[in-house]
Design a binder for this molecule. Structure first.
Ligand SMILES: O=C(CO)[C@H](O)[C@H](O)COP(=O)(O)O
Ligand SMILES: [Co+2]
Length: 222
């Protein structure tokens, strides 16, 4: 995945599941593909498991960014890293030991990413940031696409950006939920550099133009 910012990662949650190979090919101008794994326990929705992630990995020309919305991440997340995906995101609320899990994911060879639900404070994790390659600040309640962007999450991004600079690390700051042309600049200005966009990309008539438009709108603020 390019380390050039801003990075745009369309979410296949908003794609046509009956046509997934073409849907993944359609976003080849993006910086990655975001794959939302939901288990009907951590969130009230059910999507893919490892077999589907492996299939997407086989046909995708862009790196896979796997977002695990599952309970017991300590048990299941390493298996996703073993598929060879670029990045594995697990939720802070779903692990007993985020540092140990991040170390396992990194040792397998994927980037380790920590996600925070809207109600989860960022402060307990600030001293641990060097253990992660990315932090995902959720800007909707996880579970469904097409929800409204929560601008009140922006202070978390600012806090993370300052803390990453204090640590002197290259931490990717990702936002997920309600990212569109009218919200992406706000998140970029707050410090996000990596943007998940489901409905605003797959719902567009011209997917490439939607990706380019998001990139331009975010770049404006960097
Ligand atoms: O993790 C997610 C939902 O839990 C999705 O990645 C996110 O909602 C993307 O969809 P949209 O851009 O339509 O909000
Ligand atoms: Co997601």
């Amino acid at each position: 995945m390019t380390s050039n910012v801003p990075r745009i990662q369309p979410s296949i949650l908003a794609a046509d599941f009956a046509n997934i190979q073409d849907e993944v090919a359609r976003i080849r101008s993006a910086d990655g593909v975001h794959v939302d794994v939901m288990d009907n326990h951590f969130v009230p929705n059910l999507t893919f498991g490892p077999q589907m992630v492996e299939a997407v990995q086989r046909v995708s020309t862009v790196p896979l960014d796997v977002h695990l919305m599952i309970t017991d991440a300590d048990r299941w997340a390493p298996g996703y890293a073993e598929l060879g995906v670029f990045s594995v995101t697990f939720h802070a609320e779903a692990t007993n030991d985020p540092v140990a899990l991040a170390r396992r994911i990194r040792a397998i060879g994927s980037r380790a990413s920590l996600a925070l639900k809207p109600g989860t404070a960022v402060e307990p994790y600030l001293d641990l940031l060097p253990e992660f390659d990315q932090v995902l600040v959720m800007t909707v309640e996880p579970g469904f696409g097409g929800q409204s962007f929560m601008a009140e999450m922006m202070p978390k991004l600012r806090t993370l950006r300052v803390a990453a600079e204090r640590h002197g690390i290259e931490l990717w700051l990702q936002v997920d939920g309600g990212i569109a042309l009218d919200t992406i600049a706000v998140a970029a200005e707050a410090g996000a550099d990596t943007f998940v966009a489901g409905s605003s990309v797959y719902g567009a008539a011209d997917v490439d133009a939607a990706i380019a438009g998001l990139r331009a709108a975010a770049a404006h603020r960097h």
